[in-house]
Ligand binder design. Structure first.
Ligand code: NAD
Length: 482
């Protein structure tokens, strides 16, 4: 099945930080792909803004080289690449200064959607928002797309929300969490809310526990300064893992529209119980040689920042009482792997002999690699030689049947088009971000007060042993990171 492409309205997108890593690896390739499939109207234009002193040609060459590096399509379709590059214009603006803003303003058209993408340091978010107004670039229908991190704690997130809301309405603010743009994450909502099969099972009567894992093989690679002030809790749990937890745990929204969905997510966050210190493990990677350690990578020999967190989270509501959610994320782990695993309870009475092959039913939502949703069931091992059970998985994404072959779009493609369409369903609302910080802040405060040392774990492992014990003591096991 070929996916249908409905062109969006014409737009001008202004990318602040157009020469930066995120713009080059994600935003510009996403726009190129949408252009290639015909979703981006011919008249749509891309205005790149950054501090670097380069001319138009040098900017286009930079973008061309990056598209060739990061997308196969740019290599295969040189004509398309050439016509895409014609849509680009570069503006040198130091956002602290006054120069260059009028050039951007003069280039914007008045009769199309305006999107301002803040792909710059978070310390500039408030400043750019105010400059957009002061220089007349903002209009009542424009949208701003804000990157993560949204604040460093509750106070900072509230202050940034206030700053933005003094200048823009909530419906103009798109706070991005790119996990929500992933095809499988959206498919999880489709699976849950468009089939009658799941809802009766989606509660603590039938679900034993949930595991959410986001494992990375990379270290802090080049982001040491930022990461050491942040840590896994702020960098991953407060946003990405929290969003995944919300989508699994939320009540069915009345409608699939932005506020209904986000209302339900906020209720989940507000139902999270405080985490006991004994239910949380912080880790930091190191290796046997003592060279490839987190502390070396962040150039801070005394750092106690966590590069790993595992925790048991309880949701205090009727649906989830007695079904814990175990969250785990870390760097320098054995595989690059992100998934949500819903582990169902065993049948109340088992008529077959207990064997090692027998496994609990599990619904696995795989975000990377090999995006997809699989349902693990027990069936009879084929053949006449006895009656043994075996675990088989049913592909619930039907990627091959639907012709996507697992090559789903990048999350940014979906999310940027949603901004132009004006659909905020997959973006975080201000109160949602604040609620997440309100839950995370006391955990971090406790660590800071007690100065708890992180548990060390070896590069390439599954994390500290204490994380394994966190589940063992409940008679459960983490799924292998693979
Ligand atoms: P980067 O340092 O690679 O790029 C920063 C960009 O900002 C450059 O284009 C630079 O020219 C521009 N810039 C810097 N100072 C400026 C000034 N005074 N005036 C105008 N432009 C200026 O950063 P990045 O990695 O692309 O990150 C951008 C944003 O995206 C950050 O908020 C980051 O937290 C977020 N983010 C990045 C990634 C990623 O993978 N890179 C992932 C998630 C979120």
């Amino acid at each position: 099945m070929v996916s249908r492409v409905i062109p969006v309205d014409s737009f001008d997108i202004v990318i602040f930080g157009a020469t930066g890593d995120l713009a080059r690896r994600k935003i510009l390739p996403a726009l190129f792909h949408r252009y290639a499939v015909g979703q981006m109207p011919d008249e749509a234009r891309i205005l790149g803004v950054a501090r670097r002193e380069i001319n138009q040609q040098a900017f286009k060459t930079l973008v061309r080289d990056n598209l060739i590096e990061f997308t196969q399509l740019a290599v295969k379709e040189p004509k398309l690449l050439k016509s895409f590059l014609e849509k680009l214009t570069y503006f040198r603006v130091d956002v602290h200064g006054e120069d260059g803003w009028s050039d951007v303003s003069g280039a914007l058209r008045s009769n199309v959607k305006r999107v301002f993408c803040f792909s710059v340091s978070p310390s500039f978010f408030g400043l750019i928002a105010s400059k957009l107004h002061a220089t007349g670039l903002a209009n009542p229908d424009c949208r701003i797309l804000i990157e993560k991190p949204f604040g460093h704690n509750l106070i900072a997130a509230k202050s940034l929300n206030n700053e933005l809301l003094n200048l823009f309405s909530e419906h103009q603010i798109y706070r991005i969490d790119h996990y929500l743009g992933k095809e499988t994450v959206q498919n999880l909502m489709a699976l849950r809310f468009s089939n009658a099969l799941w809802e009766p099972l989606w509660n603590s009567t039938h679900i034993d526990h949930v595991q959410i894992t986001v494992a990375e093989t990379i270290g802090v690679s080049g982001r040491g300064d930022y990461y050491d002030r942040s840590g896994a809790m702020r960098d991953m749990v407060q946003n990405h893992l929290m969003q995944l937890l919300c989508l699994i745990a939320m009540e069915p929204p009345a409608r699939f529209e932005p506020n209904s969905v986000r209302d339900e997510k906020v209720k989940v966050i507000q139902s999270l119980e405080p985490v006991l210190p004994t239910d949380i493990v912080r880790g930091q990677y190191r290796d046997k040689t003592g060279n490839e350690t987190y502390r070396n990578h962040v150039n801070n020999p005394d750092s106690n920042t966590e590069s790993f967190v595992a925790m048991k989270v309880n949701i205090g509501n009727w649906r989830w009482a007695s079904t814990p959610f175990y969250l785990r994320t870390g760097k320098k782990l054995k595989s690059q792997s992100s998934e949500v695993a819903i582990i169902f309870r065993d049948p109340p009475h088992m008529i077959f002999p207990i064997s090692e092959e027998r496994k609990s039913n599990a619904l696995i939502i795989r975000l990377q690699p090999n995006e997809g949703i699989k349902l693990h069931n027990m069936i009879k091992e084929p053949g006449p030689g006895g009656f043994r059970l075996t675990d088989v998985s049913l592909d619930m994404t039907f990627a091959n049947t639907l012709g996507t072959g697992g090559n789903s779009q990048d999350a940014y493609e979906r999310l940027i088009m949603d901004v132009i369409r004006g659909d905020q369903t997959l973006f975080m609302r201000g109160d949602e971000v604040e609620a997440a910080w309100a839950w995370v802040d006391p955990i971090i405060a406790e660590w800071e007060q007690t100065d708890v040392l992180p548990a060390f774990y070896q590069n390439g492992s599954s994390g500290p042993d204490q994380a394994t014990s966190l589940l063992h003591r409940d008679g459960r096991e983490w799924r292998d990171i693979c």
